[in-house]
Write a protein that binds this ligand. Structure first.
Ligand SMILES: CCCCCCCCCCC/C=C/C(=O)SCCNC(=O)CCNC(=O)[C@H](O)C(C)(C)COP(=O)(O)OP(=O)(O)OC[C@H]1O[C@@H](n2cnc3c(N)ncnc32)[C@H](O)[C@@H]1OP(=O)(O)O
Length: 309
């Protein structure tokens, strides 16, 4: 309760140059690129798929999908929600016509409230293990995605919500001082695991991460921008248009060169988790089921309720 308060070694020789020269016919890995010249049958082609908590609109002309998180009230990441997100991501990753992904929220004022605290409170070790495996899965899918990924952060984004945004290639946040973003785990009396920490450090560096993580800082959009936690802050109604503009800029880069570079930048961080997944699950389960941690989580949930009253 006290705590509550307070690649690849690839050389870019001829193939790199070739891709620059032939960028209009580039491939997304094995995906053919969408031609910029629109034929009548290509115009206004879009598809939409909706599961109960995730809505995806894919514009087949541009190859850009917008994933709307719609798990009321605050897009907290429950096992069910994470499973739906993973299924949607897998489909998009396999879809040759999808090259870019914008992730945003359909819920007012909140991008994602992070991991669903109820998944970590009063649950059996087996269930906690299953939950944590799904969190790892979501992170791995997002952080290693071949697509250009943009987080359109149109509301608050604490802890796991911030992590989701951090997995993306670029973050745009609504300029509303009522919103905040950060890895605030210590404020709940819990500890962000090493791969949360690594993802943050890869984005804002060691010193800023030390302060952000130990103090469990939640940054207002303008402060998040200063520290590099988000890349752009725009008026609230411009978040999605700005994300579309950005994704197109990223997609203009020769695809395989961008993908290999992304993979090269993220590989060691990803490998660190993939080679330690089981131990990480065991660590989580033994940590989260401790009586003292359960007490902290209970206290935190009570504070959330009190805030409303
Ligand atoms: C030795 C090392 C070993 C390491 C092992 C690992 C250790 C564990 C690592 C765990 C990592 C955890 C990551 C997380 O993501 S924890 C979750 C952190 N999230 C938060 O702190 C956010 C809490 N929520 C809020 O701050 C606000 O709700 C928010 C700003 C998001 C929105 O505010 P708003 O006023 O719009 O909404 P309410 O607060 O009224 O909330 C509405 C209802 O939603 C419930 N709620 C909110 N957040 C959550 C959540 N994360 N999980 C579950 N439920 C949540 C809230 O209680 C309200 O419910 P009721 O309507 O029923 O009252």
């Amino acid at each position: 309760m006290m705590a509550v308060r307070s690649c690849l070694g690839v050389k870019f020789g001829v193939s790199g140059l070739l891709s620059q020269l032939t960028s209009s016919t580039r491939h997304h890995g094995s995906r053919p690129c969408v031609s910029p010249i629109l034929t009548p049958q290509h115009r206004n082609t879009s598809s939409s798929s909706t599961s109960s908590k995730v809505k995806v609109d894919l514009d087949q002309n541009t190859g850009v999908a917008v994933m709307h998180m719609q798990s009321p009230p605050v897009n907290s990441l429950s096992l069910d929600f994470i499973t739906e997100l993973c299924i949607s991501l897998e489909k998009l990753e396999m879809d040759k016509g999808c090259r870019g992904l914008i992730i945003t929220s359909s819920q007012p004022k909140v991008f994602s409230a992070g991991l669903d605290i109820l998944e970590m409170y009063g649950k059996s070790p087996e269930r906690c293990g299953e939950f944590w495996k799904s969190v790892q899965e979501l992170w791995l899918k997002l952080y290693s995605s071949n697509m250009v990924t943009i987080a359109a952060v149109n509301g608050s984004s604490p802890a796991g919500g911030c992590l989701m945004a951090l997995t993306c290639d670029y973050r745009i946040m609504a300029d509303n001082p009522a919103y905040s973003i950060g890895l605030n785990e210590t404020q709940l009396g819990i500890v962000a695991p090493f791969w949360f920490k690594d993802t943050l450090m890869n984005t804002i560096g060691l010193r800023n991460s030390e302060m952000a993580l130990q103090l469990g800082l939640l940054y207002k959009p303008q402060d998040a921008l200063k520290v590099g936690l988000v890349d752009q802050v725009v008026p609230e109604d411009q978040v999605l248009p700005a994300a579309v503009k950005s994704v197109n800029k990223w997609l203009a880069v020769p695809e395989h060169a961008r993908q290999i570079t992304k993979s090269m930048m993220r590989k060691s961080t990803i490998d660190r988790l993939t080679s330690n997944r089981e131990a990480d699950i065991q660590n989580f389960v033994s940590f989260i089921t401790r009586e003292s941690i359960q007490k902290s989580l209970r206290g935190y949930m009570e504070l959330l309720k009190q805030k409303k009253a």
